[in-house]
Design a protein around this ligand. Sequence first.
Ligand SMILES: [Zn+2]
Length: 155
Amino acid sequence: MKFVADSMVGKLARWLRFLGIDVVYISSGSPEEIVNVAEREGRIILTRNSEILKKLKGHRVWIYFLSSEKSEVQLKEVVNKFNLWESIKPFSRCSICNEPLVAVKKEEVRGKVPFYVFQNTDHFEKCPKCGRIYWEGTHIKRLHEKLAKILGREL
Ligand SMILES: [Zn+2]
């Protein structure tokens, strides 16, 4: 199941990506652009913008309106509504490009991550699109705990 999110639900989009869910985030796109991406790529639209409804005529798209302004509530709602529990793979996708990450050998990241991190970490992943390198640092651990708390279960 794939989604496209607009600027009104940007935080939700980022969190879904951290959970490994495929979400295209269009921060500056018009409602038409979002509808077109949804139709072309078979994505469900996540939004709080009712303007999009006016652009749906003649298009075959699914749209899901988030009623809450709170991203914590939105996240839990989307995961439950679309039954995404089985699809959750935390930190398996680039938070910037939405690309699935690939494992890289430790030697390949020498000099590309802080020395302290290199010394103390054995598993690294990389985004094939932007080249960003990921590892389980304290930031990721905290985020993981936060998402587990929001969703009310271990991830
Ligand atoms: Zn990337």
